[in-house]
Design a protein around this ligand. Structure first.
Ligand code: HEC
Ligand code: HEC
Length: 151
């Protein structure tokens, strides 16, 4: 009987401990992220599509070696291992016909300084570095000042 009571007590203690541990697979732990405070197992509703700027003048550079910002909408421009819509306008071959600026020679260089005959894999996924612009509130305060010599 003593043994049984002991075992029951042990179960009770274990049960209480388990209840006190938050279930991290099913909760954000009160943390709000880009997907809001939606539990991890719940599918968050998609963020509304941003209104990106349509075609316009190129943006001034803010600092040396900045990847230029994209001054046009890029919705439905596919980039994957088979197609690269960006290169349909920006490759050396197509740029003048499409009246678009060419990618620069740096885009043909590998990280070891070899110049290839086609876009280097590290420059293939354009949106890793180039981003379109929407009229949106800054996510965090930013005190960055553009380099004066570039304006
Ligand atoms: C239909 C042709 C076309 C396609 C496709 C296209 N662009 Fe452009 N892009 C242009 C033109 C034309 C400009 C020059 C500015 C303007 O008229 O909007 C430009 C400007 C740019 C610039 C600014 C260059 C600078 O010197 O300031 C960047 C960066 C850029 N595009 C990146 C991209 C990326 C990345 C993609 C793919 C997601 C893409 N573009 C797809 C035509 C295109
Ligand atoms: C790893 C970052 C990176 C990736 C990926 C990348 N770029 Fe760039 N891009 C830059 C930087 C940095 C510059 C400015 C300095 C330079 O020319 O290297 C630039 C410059 C440009 C310019 C302006 C060229 C000029 O002469 O002023 C165009 C257009 C452009 N990129 C288009 C593209 C396209 C299209 C792709 C995809 C095929 C792409 N970039 C991929 C970083 C990148």
């Amino acid at each position: 009987m003593k043994k049984l009571i002991g075992a029951m007590l042990a179960c009770l203690v274990a049960g209480t401990l388990m209840a006190a541990t938050p279930d991290i697979t099913n909760s954000t732990g009160g943390i709000k992220s880009e997907r809001g405070a939606t539990d991890l197992v719940t599918e968050a509703s998609a963020a509304p599509l941003k209104n990106f700027r349509k075609d316009g003048e190129p943006y001034d550079r803010q600092y040396m070696h900045q990847p230029p910002l994209i001054p046009h909408d890029i919705r439905n421009y596919e980039v994957d291992n088979k197609v690269n819509k960006c290169l349909a306008c920006h490759s050396f071959k197509n740029a003048s016909k499409m009246k678009a600026p060419k990618i620069s020679p740096t885009h043909f260089e590998t990280r070891d300084g070899l110049t290839l005959g086609e876009v280097s894999p590290r420059r293939y996924f354009c949106l890793q570095c180039h981003v379109p612009q929407a009229d949106a509130k800054p996510l965090v305060e930013n005190t960055f000042k553009p380099v004066e010599a570039l304006h």
